[in-house]
Design a binder for this molecule. Structure first.
Ligand code: SF4
Length: 201
C-alpha cells in the first residue's frame, strides 16, 4: 500500500482566499480594504523577524501562483531586467503612486477605497499569472512591491542589529553576528530544484 508522507502545507489551500477575495470584492468592493492585512503583514514580519517567511507561508497570492499557475508554467528563464533593482523599485513607485492617487480620489468613501484595492490586486494578479506562465510560477514575487519592501525591511533589521551584536560581543569578550537569511520560500525550496531566481534577492 502506498504511504502518503506528504506533510500539510498552507500553500495547498491559501490560494482560495485570493479567489474568494477577488470574487466577493467584485460585488462588494468594500471587502477590498481587507487586503491591507496582506500588504502590511509581510513587511512587518520582515522588520520584526527578518526574512520572507510570510511570503513563503501565508500569502494567498504566493500560494495561488505556486499551486494553480505552477502546473501551467513553461518554467522559462526569468529575464535579468525583471530582477533588477531599477525594475523592482520602478514598479513599486508606479504601483504605490497609482494606489495613493486612487485612495486620494476616493475621498474617504470606503467603497471606492475598497475598489482601489480590488483593482490593483486584480491587475497585479493577472500580471503575475502571465509572468508565472511565461517564466517561473512565482516570478511575480521577484518584483512584488510588498516582497521588495519586505526584503528592504529585513535588510534594515539586519543592519540595525549589527552594531548591537558587535557591542554586546565586545562586552562579553566574544563577537558573533547572527543575521537571518533574507528571502525564502520554504515550500518552493522543498518542491523545486535550484536555479530559481525568484528566491534570490
Ligand atoms: S512577494 Fe508579494 S505576492 Fe509574493 S508571496 Fe510575498 S507578498 Fe505575496
Amino acid at each position: 500500500m502506498e504511504e502518503n508522507n506528504r506533510s500539510f502545507s498552507t500553500t495547498d489551500w491559501l490560494w482560495m482566499i485570493l479567489l474568494g477575495f477577488l470574487i466577493s470584492g467584485w460585488f462588494f468592493p468594500t471587502v477590498g480594504i481587507i487586503a491591507i492585512i496582506c500588504m502590511i503583514a509581510p513587511v512587518l514580519y520582515g522588520l520584526l523577524k527578518g526574512g520572507r517567511f510570510w511570503c513563503g507561508t501565508f500569502c494567498p497570492r504566493g500560494s495561488f501562483l505556486a499551486k494553480i499557475i505552477g502546473p501551467l508554467s513553461q518554467k522559462g528563464r526569468i529575464p535579468a531586467f525583471i530582477a533588477s533593482s531599477l525594475f523592482r523599485y520602478g514598479l513599486l513607485v508606479f504601483l504605490f503612486f497609482n494606489f495613493g492617487w486612487g485612495i486620494y480620489q476616493a475621498a474617504g468613501n470606503t467603497e471606492m477605497v475598497g475598489k482601489v484595492f480590488i483593482q490593483i490586486i486584480l491587475v497585479t494578479t493577472l500580471l503575475g499569472i502571465a509572468m508565472g506562465i511565461k517564466y517561473q510560477p512565482r516570478t511575480w514575487c521577484t518584483v512584488c512591491p510588498m516582497g521588495t519592501l519586505t526584503t528592504a525591511a529585513s535588510k534594515t533589521r539586519a543592519y540595525l542589529r549589527k552594531p548591537l551584536t558587535r557591542k554586546t560581543g565586545r562586552i562579553l569578550g566574544t563577537h558573533t553576528t547572527r543575521l537571518r537569511q533574507a528571502p525564502v520560500f520554504p515550500q518552493q525550496k522543498s518542491k523545486q530544484s535550484g536555479g530559481n531566481r525568484q528566491n534570490k534577492e
